[in-house]
Design a protein around this ligand. Sequence first.
Ligand code: ZN
Length: 342
Amino acid sequence: MRAVVVREHGGPEVLKLEEVADPSPSPGEALVRVRACALNHLDVWHRRGIPGAPFLLPCITGADIAGDIVSVGGEVTGFAPGDAVMILPTLSCGVCERCERDEDPLCRSFGILGETCDGGLAELVAVPARNLFKKPERLTYEQAAAGSLSTLTAWHMLVTRAQLRAGETVLIHGGASGVGSAAIRIAKHLGATVIATASTSEKLEAARSIGADHLINYAKEDFVQGTRAVVGKAGVDVVFEHVGGEVFERSLRCLGWGGRLVTCGATTGVDAKVNLRHLFFKGQSILGSTMGSRAEFAEIVRLHADGVLDPLIDRVLPLEEIVQGHQALETRAVIGKVVMNP
Ligand code: ZN
């Protein structure tokens, strides 16, 4: 089969489309013909390499997969060849105390497709049966792939960690990014008021088109001031953060009494100052979050069938253009997700 194999860390030039052996699924796995695989910043980090990160090399990257089942192992029930599926992008043991409590990301054998094992930037992929979910018919393969990892990440952050409720206000950074746009959809589904930030009027318009109530162009306006202009001194109930550094610090100033800041990333810096007096006196919380659970993914698939979480897709590219896909993501020249077609 054809696959994009990362054999060494480096620039986009290390992404090579190669002919490799087909995967051979074990009895508990299914072989899936990949119809669409969405890219994530995770793919870029994997390609570049992060000291100490458990990235597999060589590796076929790609966590966000939708496709058709080719064959199922002897232990697989409930699925048959020909079924259209979307795939839970995370791996966990399924039997430990954490997994039992639907806290899969805290499982000690937690992993991610295309990061800790081979993933979906290929014609075929072998995945555990517990990762298979029937693709809702109304979703295209591209939408199903694009609506997996980012949506799961945003769901775990807003619903499970920050417990955003109807009537509350949430500040969402990067409202046109994959994870930011998923967060807007989820916040609106929950009945919250959304303040979204972005750096261009085009991106802000995209955020508005999926439900953002208030927009802040952070390239032109300080987002702390912009947030105060909407909610006054009361502050917001939740901040959805995935930028880090100075944005994290200033985001804390947007939080009101009982406010929760939830973060899943630190692309601009891992160190940040916290005013502890504000934190304890105002009863605020800082919450870390990574991916989500299988149970949460099941809920997302159900909501996809209802059409309330449709992902924003920037472009769909053939596998041959994987370098362009990475470059678009790296330069943030995208509104929503980049999806590859094998
Ligand atoms: Zn486990």
